[in-house]
Design a protein around this ligand. Structure first.
Ligand code: DAH
Length: 373
């Protein structure tokens, strides 16, 4: 062999040695020869999908370095044509074997890594159709709505229908029909928001008494929960918009005992069987006689605590026997029909039940507050 070709072969050997050193990190991805058999257990690779993909890229870089167009091995191959014809085929073969020694290993590792990647991918993308679905995070109803629904349920079970009425009203429904004529002093504590067209936001749900009687004619039993508005400055116990429930029963032969029995039963169902009631004389233009209803404090059971301000009683709301003038305003004969009515503040009751020190919390809709109910 000429010294020239011997030199080239030595170069090829050192390229191959350099390759072997670079290839060491991939050796563990080669097949194992066990009992003369070629085996591979890709699960032993122990790589994440991303790591395996990175290995594959590094392998491809090594291939380029070894046999790419600008590799040292390619440079040697260009010399094949320059050596003497007698030595040409031997030298060519030597380089080819050198090349194959590397590319065979590369191909084997590439195929093993590829199947590992497929396996990892299909594991990640596998869908277990028997798994229960993920429950979407659900919200819940506002505490005022929850309480309103409990109140509705109690009255519906006593035969009442749930009525609705407009929030924008005429003077007739908000005041006149309820026996509150113009210039009557009862208008001032219920001062509300007026539009230029003679309409106003209702200041009480008592308006629905009038709508309900016009719509249904007696005998009737209705409750009317809803929003009302007053020109109050917001503070811990006031808000210019709040919620009431109105109740109205008009039938033949209704008297005060029916009213007391109804409200007593209502608080027993809402706060517990041991809840007691008491009634105090009061005044409302649309009822005669009128009374305020109180119930024994649900926290101290009447002993007196901070919640009931030491009295043992909590105010439920106003009530009374429907004033004959209200019946007359809608063309109902007060000698034939009589009835009772009551009005309760839902948010005030809600505030007490949850011992809120500021009623405005109920209207700010801060999720951190609402989540607690
Ligand atoms: N509408 C009254 C208010 O807002 C509450 C009320 C009192 C309603 C007595 C009634 C009632 O039906 O009979 O202050």
């Amino acid at each position: 062999m000429s010294s020239e070709v011997a030199g080239y072969r030595a170069q090829a050997d050192s390229i191959r040695e350099a390759f072997e050193r670079k290839f060491e990190r991939f050796a563990r991805f080669l097949n194992k020869r066990i009992n003369g058999e070629n085996v591979v257990d890709v699960t032993e690779f122990n790589l994440s999908l991303e790591e395996a993909q990175a290995e594959l890229r590094a392998l491809s870089d090594l291939e380029t370095w070894y046999v790419g167009r600008k590799s040292q091995l390619s440079a040697l191959k260009k010399l094949i044509g320059k050596v003497s014809p007698e030595e040409r085929s031997g030298f060519g073969q030597y380089l080819l074997l050198t090349q194959i020694a590397g590319t065979d290993k590369i191909a084997e590792v590439e195929s093993n890594l590829q199947s590992y990647i497929w396996k990892k991918r299909s594991e990640r993308e596998r869908v277990d159709v028997t798994l229960p679905g993920r429950r979407p995070r659900r919200g819940h109803l506002h505490p005022i709505t929850q309480l309103r629904q409990r109140i509705e349920d109690i009255f519906v079970s006593m035969g009442y229908a749930v009525e609705d009425g407009p929030e924008v009203e005429t003077d007739f429904y908000n005041f006149t029909a309820l026996n509150i004529p113009e210039l009557h002093p009862a208008r001032s504590p219920q001062d509300t928001f007026y539009t230029t067209g003679g309409l106003s936001l209702r200041s009480q749900t008592s308006t629905v008494q009038v709508h309900a009687m016009q719509r249904r004619r007696p005998p009737l039993r209705v409750i009317a929960p809803g929003r009302v508005f007053r020109r109050d400055t917001p503070d811990a116990t006031h808000n210019p918009m709040f919620f009431q429930v109105e109740g109205l029963l008009v039938e033949r032969g209704v008297q005060m005992g029916h009213l007391k029995g109804t409200l007593s039963e209502f608080v027993r169902r809402l706060f517990g069987a041991g809840t007691r009631t008491r009634f105090r004389p009061s005044y409302f233009p649309f009822t005669e006689p009128s009374m305020e209803a109180d119930y024994s404090c649900f926290k101290c059971n009447g002993a007196g605590c901070r919640l009931c301000k030491g009295s043992g009683w909590i105010e439920l709301g106003g009530s009374g026997m429907v004033h004959p003038n209200v019946l007359r305003a809608i063309g109902i004969n007060p000698d034939e029909f009589s009835g009772f009515a009551f009005g309760l503040g839902i948010d005030r009751m809600c505030g007490l039940m949850y011992e809120l020190d500021d009623i405005r919390l109920l209207f700010e809709n801060d999720v951190r507050f609402l989540e607690q109910f």
